[in-house]
Design a protein around this ligand. Sequence first.
Ligand SMILES: [Zn+2]
Length: 64
Amino acid sequence: MGSPAKHTKQETCTACGGSGMLRQGCDSYRTCLVCMGVGTVAVHDQEPVTVPAEMLSASSFAAK
Ligand SMILES: [Zn+2]
């Protein structure tokens, strides 16, 4: 298939706790619709918090 273009990581589904199943009752389970029964959900990594410009200029200034 395609190559991953963006940072995605898998995190444990909080709805089912990673089991992929939701308990409905005594002996009844159903597939967790949040993770589609996988137990993990893909989360898109956001860009890290930008460093303040003054910090960047200060460090580059100091590097010279
Ligand atoms: Zn789930």
